[in-house]
Design a protein around this ligand. Structure first.
Ligand code: ATP
Ligand code: MG
Length: 439
């Protein structure tokens, strides 16, 4: 083969490769470099090219994608093979292009292999076929990539394990935070209760003190009667003393149950369901909430209305949890009527909060209603969200209703609201009653 023909072949190879490697190479050279029905394989499954037009599209796509990669570099190495056959009219070139680019800060190397077949026609060399492939690194003896896939799988599994551990940690953190929040809320509502509790304990305490004093006077009297030998009178006095002692016990127990309730309310342990007198529980918290507010603000006043269904027997609930729910409903209600009073400044407005219970066949319903400010439509959808509050900073955490909602949900009941802005708000707790097996 003449040197000129050889040089021409070398130049054609360089120009052909430049189409792929240098994005500044004009594509109008394409037709002079390849035969019209050129066929070739690119490096991906869909890159199967027939004809010049398809080849042009492939090159354009390659350039376009290359532009999106950072620090793209391509280097044509010396061909591994130059073979001239068919009486010097056909040539095969095979060689590698080393490609590197950065993706997410990591440099990726690709050894691209390209084999090209040229034919010599009408004094020019033209490409008739080419094949591109990417050399993949595998372990020795893993021609079909089985080991490599397994390794990839193991890597993925490890990654999944790590992510799962991270997620588990986040969940544990969230749970811890939630427990802390619940505790904080309990403590805050306990604060609201203290004044009411003090007021409630004062009453039985007064009885205990008074009856003890009276009783010790009665004992002195009884002794006098015994000295004078009037046994009849002494006996009569002893009956009075006994009655007084019974009253002392009664009021002592009452104070005891208030303190127990307070301790239960603040307990952080998971409460257990127990048969609970809902009417009594509701009434207790109603008064605690009211007197609590009155103790803090002497001017605060509201009419309390109660309507308890006497047919309501004990219901299985977690008493301190249900207590927390109704306490929050009462506090919210008192707050709403107080705000309205401050806003209206009218003698005609009578702040009223009412509570009623009702027993149906399989449900118990507790309704807390107030004639306060009501809830505007745009606020209504949000009131059950944690931390949603319209109260000024320091007045509310916005956890009351979201926690109430959760508590009622764990009791398999529902908490509903009905309200008219400026007029009233009514919260309805509906709890299912477990049917007791009747013999
Ligand atoms: N009876 C009601 N009348 C009017 N608005 C109410 C009433 N009850 C609740 N809301 C509205 O719902 C909001 C959320 O109530 P929630 O009890 O969840 O939180 P909070 O009372 O603001 O704060 P927290 O109860 O944690 O002290 C209140 O800020 C208020 O805007
Ligand atoms: Mg509240």
């Amino acid at each position: 083969m003449t040197d000129q023909k050889k040089q021409l072949l070398e130049k054609t190879y360089q120009d052909w490769m430049a189409l792929f490697l240098d994005e500044n190479t004009p594509l109008d050279k394409l037709e002079s470099l390849v035969i019209p029905d050129i066929m070739g394989y690119g490096t991906t499954v869909e890159e199967k090219v027939f004809g010049v037009v398809a080849l042009r599209d492939l090159i354009l796509l390659g350039r376009e994608q290359g532009r999106n990669l950072e620090d793209m570099q391509m280097q044509l190495k010396q061909p591994d093979l130059r073979r001239i056959i068919s009486g010097n009219d056909m040539a095969i070139y095979a060689g590698e292009v080393s490609i590197s680019y950065k993706l997410a800060g990591i440099t990726n190397h690709i050894p691209l292999r390209i084999s090209t077949i040229f034919i010599y026609q009408d004094d020019v060399w033209k490409v008739t076929h080419w094949h591109g492939s990417v050399g993949v690194e595998t372990e020795e003896g893993d021609t079909w990539h089985a080991d490599e896939l397994q390794l990839k799988n193991q890597k993925l599994e490890k990654l999944v394990e790590e992510r799962t551990a991270e997620l588990k940690q986040s969940i544990a953190d969230l749970k811890a935070t939630q427990t802390q929040l619940i505790h904080a809320e309990k403590m805050a509502s306990l604060g609201e209760l203290t004044a009411g509790i003090a007021h409630e304990i004062q009453n039985p305490l007064n009885f205990v003190n008074n009856f003890s004093e009276v009783s010790s006077e009665l004992i002195a009297e009884m002794n006098e009667e015994l000295d004078t030998g009037d046994l009849e009178e002494a006996k009569a006095i002893s009956v009075d003393i006994k009655q007084n002692l019974e009253k002392i016990t009664h009021h002592g127990k009452r104070a005891d149950s208030i303190v127990k309730g307070m301790l239960q309310h603040s307990s952080s342990g998971t409460g257990k369901k127990e048969p609970t007198d809902i009417n009594q529980l509701t009434d207790e918290y109603f008064r605690l909430a009211y007197h609590g507010l009155r103790a803090k603000d002497k001017s605060f006043n509201a009419t309390l209305e109660t309507d308890y269904d006497e047919n309501l027997k004990k219901v299985d609930v977690i008493p301190q949890d249900i207590g927390r729910v109704i306490l929050n409903l009462f506090t919210n209600a008192f707050y709403a009527v107080d705000e309205k009073k401050a806003k209206l400044k009218s003698e005609d407005y009578k702040p009223t909060v009412s509570v009623s219970t009702e027993k149906t066949k399989d449900k118990v319903i507790i309704i807390v209603r107030d004639n306060g400010l009501g809830i505007p439509d745009q606020v209504r959808d949000k009131i059950f969200q944690p931390f949603f509050t319209t109260k000024p900073t320091g007045k509310g955490t916005g956890l009351g209703l979201s926690m109430s909602y959760d508590i009622i949900k764990t009791h398999k009941g529902t908490l509903e609201v009905d309200t008219e802005s400026g007029t009233y708000t009514e919260f309805k707790i509906i709890l299912p009653i477990k049917k007791t097996a009747t013999p």
